[in-house]
Unconditional design. Sequence first.
Length: 86
Amino acid sequence: GIGKSINGGFGLVLDGSERVDNIIKSALLWDVMGGVARRAWARNENSITTSMEFNKKYQGKGHITLPYLVDDQLVDELVGQALAEK
């Protein structure tokens, strides 16, 4: 279970090389944007806006899949109707 998991973290030796510089630039960007994406899927409006801006700025380099927001009242009504029919 999650309570028994161990996060070993991420280690990278910053040796000043171009290769490592490129890795850290990408890793930092995606680490941050992974958190933004999780919050967007939780319907956080600011995270959705930030994700949309990220998708425009990094078009062709990266993309965050955005959630399809639904009308909660419509879902409640449709589920209620479906359950009433059974």
